[in-house]
Structures are given as C-alpha cells and as structure tokens.
Design a protein around this ligand. Structure first.
Ligand code: ZN
Length: 155
C-alpha cells in the first residue's frame, strides 16, 4: 500500500521540519529528563510539568536523526494535556508497536497494547520496526518521557 507509506513519510518529515513543543520549561516546577542513543548519536531532553496528575506542559529539545526527532515531536503532542496514566498507557502502546516485529512469532500477549489506546499519527512510525537499529531512535523520546514522569510523580 504505497499511498499509506507516502502519508507516513510525510507525517514523519513534517514533525522533523516543524517540531512541536520545542524548547525548555523552567525547572522547577517542570522536571527535566535526558536520554541519549549512542548507537545513532541522538540526544533528547524532555521538560515535563505535571499538575494534578495531568501533563500540563511539555517541551522537548534534542538533536539527532529524523526518526528520533520526529518521534519526540509526535510524543510531545500526543501526551500534552493527557493524564499521567493516559501518557503511560500511550508509552506502553507505542513501545508495544515498536516490538511487534521482534515478538511476532511468539504472539506475546503481555506486549499487547491496551485496546482503548489510539496511536493516531504515531502509527506513522510503525514502519521503523523493519529497521531494527532505528527502533532505539524511535523509542528514545518515550523512554526519556517515562524518566521525566517518574521524577514528576515521585515514583
Ligand atoms: Zn537515530
């Protein structure tokens, strides 16, 4: 289905060229988490502010390949305004999508994402699973978000 692949490429490039929620937030009240992927040289800084269990604001800075930077942009727009629980569900669903290829033969039930989690534009990154070295590029912003949420919620 080449039409869909073109659309996905367009979404990824759009987020790479026009990154959403780019910048920094004052710490505190925001929490900052850093992640890097030495295999590719990607670096991500996530600033997340949690108010009453909701991701009230999020900013991302970083440098690296188009997959890591567009994934960071998509992540920031996907979780902003969501509850921390919803954000964590989204992290699980995204990482499950990224591991479907590895676990395809095992039909690994514990990696099944929650059925009620909608990935939307994040589906654009699904094609990355065909290139295993790039999976870490795509998941880096999400792992960094998890660190930030853990700090912000003291868990
Ligand atoms: Zn990368």
């Amino acid at each position: 289905m080449p039409g869909l692949e073109d659309l996905y490429r367009e979404i990824i490039l759009d987020h790479y060229r026009n990154p959403r929620n780019k910048g920094e937030l004052p710490v505190p009240p925001a929490h900052k988490a850093e992640g890097h992927n030495p295999l590719c040289g990607d670096e991500i800084e996530v600033y997340v502010e949690v108010v009453d269990g909701v991701v009230a604001d999020i900013k991302v800075r970083g440098q690296g390949c188009s997959i890591s930077q567009s994934s960071a942009s998509m992540m920031s727009s996907a979780v902003k305004g969501k509850s921390v629980d919803e954000a964590r569900k989204l992290v699980r669903a995204f990482k499950a999508m990224m591991s479907i290829h590895e676990h395809a033969l095992e039909a690994d039930a514990e990696n099944e994402p929650d059925a009620d989690v909608k990935l939307g534009d994040l589906e654009a990154l699904r094609g990355v699973v065909k290139f295993p070295p790039r999976i870490k590029c795509a998941t880096l912003p999400w792992n960094t978000l998890t660190l930030g949420l853990d700090e912000a919620t003291g868990s």
